[in-house]
Write a protein that binds this ligand. Structure first.
Ligand SMILES: Nc1ncnc2c1ncn2[C@@H]1O[C@H](COP(=O)(O)O)[C@@H](OP(=O)(O)O)[C@H]1O
Ligand SMILES: [Mg+2]
Length: 359
């Protein structure tokens, strides 16, 4: 009997119970999915396209949800990057040398950001292939749950879910782009990036600047929170190039566009792509073309490629070929990136010798 003479309607009780069950389901589905995801993960440690057990069969994934998690991962990774830099405990190590003999560095910022970004994405999307720049330590697993919230700006731009087969997806994570500059405390160049390719084509791109709290995201044929600038200088372009892996890029740029050309040396592939866009950050230089001539890894370039493509721009090899973001993790053919320009005309202008020497 109900106390104090209050009569409980059976229908009301049923609705109340259903609501309660709904809330419980919402709270626990993410948690259980997370536990299950890590169980399924088993031996998957990331660290490269051939990591064992990294591709499970079946199912679809919603690209809009994947974008939401990618943005969250880039931001969470960025928090680690910032925290480590501000604590001055970089714990810098050499992890090898590039083909040109430059030292490849790794810091606690790279490792901790990688861990956050990888586990957030892997827990939310256990069935997709994830390739990350750094090795993920199996003994150091973390359950990081996504709360299933899609940010307002994404919902506004992308009004419908977009399902694709899980096995067609490759995610590329760069937990700290411009590590060299990070060690030199040149903070403006540093970004965290996530890219999603579908059947090798770049479709989602996220570039986050942890020290400016700025995030650019875009989905090809979907929407974006960033756009191209209104004008670009095609005749005497400002060309942005690497400051620490430059190779012969300055000679190539001057040979192609003349001695009057302005060359902007800068760190980070993410930073250089943002320099071609309309980015509201006073620490962001602006350029018209991005050229890179040495070998580069796909996690460095995929997010920028997706962003440019979504906004009508191009990122190709120096030969003008599209880059496939599946399989091997390296890009051999150099890089030419532009937006609102005649990209094919730029390809034609580049010296033949340079294009063939990177094939
Ligand atoms: N020749 C090369 N070999 C290996 N990685 C290269 C490279 N040239 C550029 N990169 C990587 O591409 C990113 C952008 O390079 P740059 O700042 O020189 O333009 C950096 O990534 P990370 O900082 O994520 O390692 C850098 O290490
Ligand atoms: Mg990088």
């Amino acid at each position: 009997m109900a106390p104090m003479g209050i009569r409980l309607s059976p229908l009301g009780v049923a609705v109340f119970c259903l609501l309660g069950l709904g809330v419980l389901y919402h709270l626990y589905s993410g948690f259980l999915a997370g536990r299950f995801a890590l169980f399924v993960l088993g031996g998957d440690r990331g660290g490269g396209p051939d990591a064992p057990g990294s591709r499970a069969d079946g199912g679809t994934v919603d690209l809009r949800e994947l974008l939401a998690v990618s943005v969250l991962a880039a931001v969470r990774g960025g928090e680690e990057v910032k925290r480590v830099r501000e604590s001055n405990a970089l714990n810098e190590k050499a992890k090898g040398k590039t083909r040109e003999g430059a030292e490849e560095k790794m810091t606690s910022g790279d490792v901790l950001s990688n861990r956050k970004m990888f586990y957030l994405l892997k827990t939310a999307f256990p069935n997709v292939q994830i390739n990350t720049e750094e090795h993920v330590d199996a003994a150091d697993q973390e359950v990081i749950l996504w709360d299933h919230n899609i940010p307002e700006d994404i919902l506004r731009e992308i009004t419908k879910p977009k399902e694709v087969p899980a096995e067609s997806v490759t995610v590329w994570i760069d937990p700290l782009d411009a590590t060299q500059e990070y060690t030199e405390d040149l903070r403006k160049y540093v970004t965290t990036m996530v890219c999603v390719a579908v059947n090798g084509k770049p479709v989602l791109g996220v570039i986050h600047k942890p020290f400016s709290a700025y995030t650019a995201w875009a989905m090809v044929d979907g929407g974006s929170n960033v756009k191209a600038r209104t004008s670009y200088n095609e005749k005497t372009p400002r060309i942005i190039v690497s400051r620490s892996h430059s190779g012969t890029v300055k000679q190539v740029a001057l040979q192609t566009f003349g001695n009057q050309t302005t060359i902007i040396p800068a760190g980070g592939a993410g930073y250089k792509v943002l320099s071609l866009l309309d980015v509201p950050d006073e620490n962001q230089e602006k350029a018209d073309i991005y050229i890179h001539v040495t070998y580069i890894k796909k996690w460095d370039i995929c997010a920028g490629n997706a962003l440019l493509k979504a906004l009508g721009g191009h990122m190709t090899t120096l030969n003008g070929e599209e880059i496939s973001y599946t399989g091997s993790d390296g890009n051999e053919g150099g890089l030419l990136a532009s937006i609102n320009m005649n990209h094919q005309a730029l390809v034609k202008k580049l010296p033949e010798l340079e294009k063939t020497s990177h094939k």
